[in-house]
Design a protein around this ligand. Structure first.
Ligand SMILES: *[C@@H]1O[C@H](CO)[C@@H](O)[C@H](O)[C@H]1NC(C)=O
Ligand SMILES: *[C@@H]1O[C@H](CO)[C@@H](O)[C@H](O)[C@H]1NC(C)=O
Ligand SMILES: *[C@@H]1O[C@H](CO)[C@@H](O)[C@H](O)[C@H]1NC(C)=O
Ligand SMILES: *[C@@H]1O[C@H](CO)[C@@H](O)[C@H](O)[C@H]1NC(C)=O
Ligand SMILES: *[C@@H]1O[C@H](CO)[C@@H](O)[C@H](O)[C@H]1NC(C)=O
Length: 288
């Protein structure tokens, strides 16, 4: 019995089929090596202050793009920042839904020219992130202050966050309640010895020496936290009290007096000069 083999029976269909098969195999190999060339993200880092939350990573993409996914611990992945060439993604909108959740994110890498990519892209997981305990406290702002007699009243602005409840944005105080406190550092303008005061509201009312000027700055603190407990210190403000106010008035009056006398002397000289000049100018006319 004769068994026909490939070379002896020239069959054009078989040859075409073989070529197609070879081509397909080559494409698969090329595709696979293309995928392994896609660079995965590393150094995924959460940057979060007063709940404004951005995930950052490296490296800058060359021939690929990234998509970010985020999920609460027992939830579904949600994609953000689709096919981006950035190395950061703002995830604030996702985490403000529930700031007490623990979230995980991952960064997927795709080849730049394959937006209809169907395979499983390589990805890197982020560290876990719990906004309520991990978001950093932003720089506080002194809203107003007033020194009357022996009392200094300092009010701190209640920063607005992007956390919403019932359709309205919550302030930092709304979110943290009595867990949030403020420290006031204050000192006499004439010395450097600092004192501190604490409050779990947004207002300080402290005893001071009458007639003295004070300088101060504030810091937000969440004592129950283990890390990221404190905000940076606010800019320094100073009160200007009696002695300084009197000195200020004296200086202003002196400056005004000096300026006025300089001005009148200059004006006088100027007028005199002009009178002389016009006298000279008129002489040729007179001569003509
Ligand atoms: C990751 O980031 C840290 C600081 O942000 C840097 O010191 C470190 O070198 C980075 N790692 C790599 C592999 O680039
Ligand atoms: C988050 O949890 C803390 C206690 O763990 C609670 O006091 C606070 O109200 C919660 N905040 C929100 C927005 O659910
Ligand atoms: C302190 O100042 C704030 C803002 O001006 C004011 O609302 C508050 O009543 C003052 N507190 C006291 C105890 O005077
Ligand atoms: C939201 O609003 C509803 C009614 O408008 C109210 O009953 C509920 O207590 C509010 N929830 C919060 C958390 O403030
Ligand atoms: C304060 O924070 C601690 C720890 O995060 C939490 O157990 C407590 O319920 C919080 N209290 C309030 C009033 O938010």
């Amino acid at each position: 019995m004769e068994t026909p083999t490939w070379p002896r029976v020239p069959c054009p269909e078989a040859a075409v089929a073989r070529m197609l098969l070879l081509g397909w195999v080559l494409l698969q190999v090329a595709g696979a090596s293309g995928t392994t060339e896609v660079v995965v993200a590393y150094n995924l880092t959460w940057k979060s202050t007063n709940f404004k939350t951005i995930l950052e990573w490296e490296p800058k993409p060359i021939n690929h793009v990234y998509t970010v996914q985020i999920s609460p611990r027992l939830g579904n992945w949600k994609s953000k920042c689709f096919y981006t060439t950035d190395t950061e993604c703002d995830l604030t909108d996702e985490i403000v839904n529930d700031v007490n959740q623990t979230y995980e994110a991952r960064v997927l890498s795709y080849p730049a020219d394959a937006t209809d990519y169907s395979g499983e892209p390589p990805f890197t997981n982020s560290p876990e992130f719990t906004p309520y305990t991990e978001t950093k406290l932003g720089l506080p702002t002194i809203q107003s202050f007033k020194q009357v007699g022996t009392k200094l009243n300092v009010t701190i602005q209640d920063a607005r966050t992007l956390v919403r409840r019932n359709g309205t944005f919550l302030s930092l105080r709304d979110v943290f309640g009595k867990n949030l406190s403020y420290t006031l550092y204050y000192w006499k303008a004439s010395s450097t010895g600092k004192k501190t005061a604490k409050t779990n509201t947004n207002e300080f009312l402290i005893d001071v020496d009458e007639g003295e000027s004070y300088c101060f700055s504030v810091q937000a603190v969440i004592p129950s936290r283990k890390s990221n407990q404190k905000s940076p210190e606010s800019s320094i403000e100073c009160t200007h009290h009696k002695k300084e106010i009197l000195l200020g008035i004296v200086i202003v009056v002196l400056v005004a007096v000096i300026l006025t006398s300089i001005l009148s002397v200059t004006l006088y000289k100027c007028r005199k000069g002009r009178a002389q000049q016009s006298g000279k100018e008129s002489s040729p006319l007179n001569a003509a």
